[in-house]
Ligand binder design. Structure first.
Ligand code: ATP
Length: 392
């Protein structure tokens, strides 16, 4: 996350969803009521000469939870910030609720923000932190009290109004930041790596919590993370980003099971990538690997014999032992890790890279150097062409 943009500094009025009094969200009318919550139309964003986001398009349904996932520096935060008006786009259009907002300043966009750092006002009580955006909008006092109470109930911190942020744990502070972002019922909730400052247990708890609150409120949420587990477990749709562009947009199942490119396959779950050559194309495509072993992959297209391809197989799709799978790869165990009900094997099958299997244990865990048979079905893998694009 770029420091130069002060995303980690606390506190900022925009983090409290500040909009000037009277600058309430535009009411959806006519066709706008059915418009996507947020739409990017071919946007470009540049920092000086450096183009951080290129020709990015995405339509986000109202009430959905969409995650921008990708490695550090791929442009996730930049896109998120463009929705709030914190960075300017240099091309294309951004629509919120069907209205173009390219020229709408931040204080007029009705957007809730939650950052990695909690960005709470340290000397204000929980009540004043959560109430901040409401006071700014001149909401009457009794209504502020009611709404703050409701928001604190939602984040499961009722009765914490009088506490100071320093009296709360990291997870609790992040809940307050969430309460502050949803208390004024924003059109869109932007979450920029909100869990990364928390420890592993708290992260898991907050994942469930955020998702639950998003569902209950029906708010449209856009979440940024580089953590694939977070993305897979929380999202309705995932946008896998690479170097400023969307590589693939789909449901968690789609991007995991049917990666569109080698980048997506590798970034999401560390797939086995087996390079080979087409040796026959019929109902299934036969691929001969560098080791000389042949495997069959379900593919609706006829491929020219000799073309270079990559077979992508997830470690979880490989079975160990005598299971009746159509494809069988024989090799030797390089390492084995016992995980309770399953084991992770690294296996040398005579190809350049070892392959990884994560399979339930039947019998005993095999030891280093032992022979191993790995099985998988032709439907359990994906075929990429020479340019790393999916063809099956
Ligand atoms: P991270 O997960 O590390 O936060 P990200 O995917 O959110 O990364 P961005 O913060 O959007 O990535 O940055 C995208 C690219 O733009 C990076 O190469 C970054 O160095 C660059 N960048 C971001 N902000 C600025 C800035 N203010 N000036 C110049 N370059 C910037």
């Amino acid at each position: 996350m770029p420091d130069s943009q002060n995303l980690t500094e606390a506190p900022r009025p925009e983090a409290a969803g500040v909009a000037k009094a009277g600058a309430a969200r535009p009411a959806p009318v006519g066709a706008e009521a059915n418009s996507p919550a947020v739409e990017f139309r071919n946007i470009d964003i540049a920092y000086g000469k450096f183009v951080a986001v290129r020709d990015f398009s995405l339509s986000i349904r109202k009430g959905s939870f969409v995650t921008l996932l990708g490695p550090s520096g791929c442009g996730k935060t930049t896109i998120l910030r463009s929705i709030a008006g914190l960075v300017d786009i240099s091309g294309g259009q951004i629509m919120i609720g069907g209205r173009r907002v390219d020229d709408v300043p931040i204080y007029k966009r009705n957007i809730g923000l939650v950052f990695q750092s909690y960005a709470l006002f340290p000397h204000k009580t929980v009540f004043d932190n959560v109430a901040f955006g409401l006071k700014y909008r001149n909401v009457p006092k009794p209504e502020i009290k009611r709404r703050v109470g409701k928001a604190l109930d939602m984040v499961r911190l009722p009765g914490s109004e009088k506490k100071l942020p320093s009296q709360l744990s990291g997870g609790q502070q992040q809940r307050i930041a969430l309460a502050r972002a949803i208390v004024f019922e924003p059109q869109v909730l932007l979450l920029d790596e909100p869990l990364s400052a928390l420890d592993a247990n708290m992260r898991e708890e907050m994942r469930v919590e955020i998702k639950k609150i998003q569902k209950e409120t029906g708010i449209t949420a856009i979440f940024v993370t580089h953590d694939q587990e977070e993305a897979l477990s929380m999202s309705d749709r995932i946008v896998v980003m690479n170097a400023g562009s969307a590589e693939q947009i789909g449901t968690p199942e789609e991007v995991y099971e049917r990666p569109a490119t080698a980048f997506v396959a590798d970034f999401l779950g560390k797939a086995n990538m087996l390079a080979g050559m087409v040796s026959g194309s019929g109902q299934a495509t036969s691929v001969v690997l560098a080791s000389g072993q042949t495997i069959n992959v379900a593919c609706p297209r006829t491929l020219a014999q000799g073309s270079k391809v990559t077979v992508v197989v997830r470690p979880q799709k490989l079975s160990v032992g005598e299971a009746a799978s159509a494809n069988r790869l024989s090799g030797r165990v390089v390492s084995a890790s016992y995980l309770g009900g399953s084991a992770i094997y690294e296996v040398d099958i005579g190809t350049k890279a070892n392959i990884r299997a994560n399979a339930p244990i039947s019998g005993r865990v095999l030891r280093e150097g032992e022979a191993i048979d790995l099985g998988f079905d032709p439907e359990g893998c994906v075929l990429l062409d020479g340019d790393g694009r999916r063809i099956s």
